[in-house]
Design a protein around this ligand. Structure first.
Ligand code: GUN
Length: 295
C-alpha cells in the first residue's frame, strides 16, 4: 500500500468568506443601531512592500464587510514621539473602534513602547500585554490575529485536536507563543499537548516528526521538508515569502515556511500559501474590530 494520502486544503479564502459573511451581517446591525459602521484605522510607517500589501488587504477586507477603514501612512523617518502622539490621538478618538500599527516598524522606533501605548480596548491586533494576559487566563479580550485565525480555520474544517501533539515551530510574541497557549486550552479547538520549538531546539526534525498538528512560523522559505513531517499530519504554514522568479510577470512567486509540493502528499490537511493563514489573519482582525464596535 502506498503511504501517500489524499490531502485536503485548509483554505483560508473559503473559510474567511464564511466567517466574513457573519461579520458583515453583524456589522450591518451595529451600523443600524448606532448610526455608523465599525471603524478600523491602520497605521503604516515607511514603505516596506510586504507591509503595504498586508495593510492594503486589511483595508480592502473592511470595505467588503461594511466597515469604515482609514489608512494613515507615515513617512519612514517619523519619530517615535510623533508615532506615540498619533497612538494617543487614536486612543482618544471616539470615532475609532480599533486600530493597528503595522509591524515591523523602522529600527529607530521601539515596537514595545508603541504596543504598550495602544489602549487595550482598541488593540484589535491583540498585542498589548493586557490582551495577551487575558488570553492566557481565558478571559474575554482581543485574541492575536494570526493564532486566532488558525483556530478558526481548524474549527471551520472540524479538524480534531483533542489529545493531539501540536508542535509549534517559532516562539514569537505574535504567533508562536500565543498559538501554543490557544492549542493547549481546555476547549475546542485545543486540548493539545503542545511543544514549542525554536532556534535553540536540539534535533528539530525529530520533534516536528512527532507532530499530529504542525504549525510553522519560523520565517524561512521552504524550511519544513517532507522528511520532517509525520504521515497524516495537519500542517499549518504561517510563512509567506517572495522568491525571485523571472518566469512570472511580477518577477516573484510566493512560498511559505513549508515545502508545499513535497509535504502535502503526507498530510491529512495542509494550508496553501497564499490563501491559507493570510486571509484568516485578516478575518480575525475583522472579528476583533466588530467586537470593539459592539462594545
Ligand atoms: N506584522 C505581521 N503580522 C502583523 C499583524 O498581524 N499585525 C500587525 N500590526 N503587524 C503585523
Amino acid at each position: 500500500m502506498s503511504s501517500q494520502t489524499t490531502y485536503r486544503e485548509l483554505n483560508g479564502v473559503e473559510c474567511g468568506k464564511a466567517v466574513r459573511a457573519r461579520i458583515s451581517a453583524a456589522a450591518a446591525q451595529v451600523h443600524a443601531k448606532r448610526g455608523h459602521a465599525p471603524h478600523l484605522v491602520a497605521v503604516l510607517v515607511g514603505e516596506d512592500p510586504a507591509s503595504q500589501t498586508y495593510v492594503a488587504s486589511k483595508v480592502k477586507a473592511c470595505g467588503e464587510v461594511g466597515f469604515r477603514s482609514t489608512l494613515l501612512k507615515e513617512p519612514a523617518d517619523t519619530t517615535e514621539a510623533a508615532l506615540l502622539a498619533l497612538v494617543d490621538k487614536l486612543n482618544n478618538d471616539p470615532s475609532v473602534d480599533g486600530f493597528i500599527v503595522q509591524l515591523p516598524l523602522p529600527g529607530h522606533i521601539n515596537e514595545e513602547r508603541v504596543t504598550l501605548a495602544i489602549a487595550p480596548g482598541k488593540d484589535v491586533d491583540g498585542f498589548h500585554p493586557q490582551n495577551l494576559g487575558r488570553m492566557m487566563l481565558g478571559l474575554p479580550g482581543y485574541l492575536p490575529a494570526t493564532p486566532n485565525g488558525i483556530v478558526e480555520l481548524l474549527k471551520h474544517y472540524e479538524v480534531a485536536t483533542e489529545g493531539k501533539h501540536c508542535v509549534v515551530v517559532g516562539r514569537s510574541n505574535i504567533v508562536g507563543t500565543p498559538m501554543g497557549i490557544l492549542m493547549s486550552r481546555n476547549t475546542y479547538p485545543g486540548n493539545c499537548t503542545v511543544t514549542i520549538a525554536h532556534s535553540r531546539t536540539k534535533d528539530l526534525p525529530s520533534i516536528t516528526r512527532q507532530a499530529d498538528i504542525l504549525v510553522v512560523a519560523i520565517g524561512k522559505p521552504n524550511f519544513i521538508t517532507a522528511d520532517r513531517v509525520k504521515q497524516g499530519a495537519v500542517v499549518v504554514d504561517v510563512g509567506i515569502h517572495r522568491l525571485a522568479d523571472a518566469s512570472r510577470k511580477s518577477g516573484f512567486r510566493l512560498c511559505g515556511d513549508v515545502d508545499f509540493d513535497g509535504v502535502a502528499p503526507k498530510c491529512s490537511w495542509i494550508t496553501p500559501v497564499p490563501g491559507g493563514v493570510g486571509p484568516m489573519t485578516v478575518t480575525s482582525l475583522l472579528m476583533n474590530t466588530l467586537k470593539a464596535a459592539q462594545g
